[in-house]
Design a protein around this ligand. Structure first.
Ligand code: GLN
Length: 277
């Protein structure tokens, strides 16, 4: 029989040894999610004695995490823009940087009539669902090709009141007419794919690999969707931090105007937006 604070210390130390980025935070998240304990359980519930079953459960999860398995897949959900999204193998884990992409779109449409938006390579649907929830009256579609990801998209959409229209399809095949095309497409280069952080190797390659130079999706989306964006409408991409100048050029070459490259909280290029003339 072990107390919460003892289990917490043991697992925290193991995480430190395994090179987990924020050991105490991650133990706290695991205990909160798997054992229904309050945040910072070593303080708030330190003296509570774990039942054998609970102890087995938390140590089994900790072992997986030590082996590099993502925390978000273990607990099966993650927060994005203040909302819960279900995740697991087969779908990209929402990243905090992607919130910036949502903010850029929200800002652009804040004083305009409710737009018609499509999110390409929607994955968990974190972008599409956030936009639908934050922009009242907007009509948002979420396009996803892969079955595993599409299941999470559908589940997240149901959880959030079916606020978006989910579409199974390829981002490279354009259709319809929209005021905004938004996407966080796969943008990792061939070289970077060989040097991925352990955790990221568990995420689907199809959500990561953007072709040898990482730019395949930007080229194809910019070109193929041009005629499907209404005049005065917005195209908005998340990008890798070294891709700002190249993605800007791709958009200019394809006829878009007013291209802006925006930085994330760490000062790295992260979002590119442009207007369809
Ligand atoms: N749109 C999803 C996200 O931003 C998935 C992106 C992807 O699979 N490349 O998390």
């Amino acid at each position: 029989m072990m107390k919460v604070k003892e289990a917490f210390e043991i697992i925290k130390e193991r995480f430190e040894k395994a090179g987990v980025d924020s050991p105490a935070f991650e133990v706290s998240v695991l205990m909160e999610d798997l054992l229904a304990l309050p945040r910072n359980p070593e303080i708030t519930a330190g003296e509570t004695v774990l039942e054998t079953e609970q102890e087995e459960k938390i140590f089994a999860a900790a072992k997986k995490r030590e082996e590099g398995y993502p925390l978000q897949y273990i607990i099966g959900n993650w927060e994005f823009f203040g909302r819960k999204f279900f995740v697991g193998e087969g779908v990209l884990i929402p990243r905090p940087e992607t919130e910036l992409l949502c903010e850029a779109v929200l800002k652009f449409f804040s004083r305009k009539i409710p737009p018609k938006i499509i999110d390409l390579c929607s994955g968990s649907g974190c972008i599409a669902i956030t936009l639908a929830k934050e922009l009242s009256g907007a009509s948002v579609s979420a396009l996803e090709l892969y079955e595993g990801a599409f299941e999470y998209l559908s589940k997240n959409n149901a959880f959030h009141g079916n606020c978006v229209k989910t579409v199974r399809g390829d981002a490279l095949e354009a259709f319809g007419n929209f005021d905004c095309v938004v996407s966080n497409p796969p943008y990792i280069t061939g070289k970077e794919m060989k040097e991925l952080q352990k955790e990221v190797t568990f995420e689907p390659e199809t959500a990561l690999f953007g072709g040898e130079d990482g730019l395949d999706f930007y080229r194809a989306i910019a070109k193929n969707w041009f005629e499907h964006i209404n005049s005065g409408g917005l195209i908005a991409f998340e990008i890798g931090d070294t891709q700002g100048a190249e993605v800007k050029n791709i958009l200019l070459e394809n006829g878009y105007l007013f291209v802006s490259v925006l930085q994330d909280y760490e000062g790295r290029d992260r979002v590119v937006t442009a207007i369809k003339p």
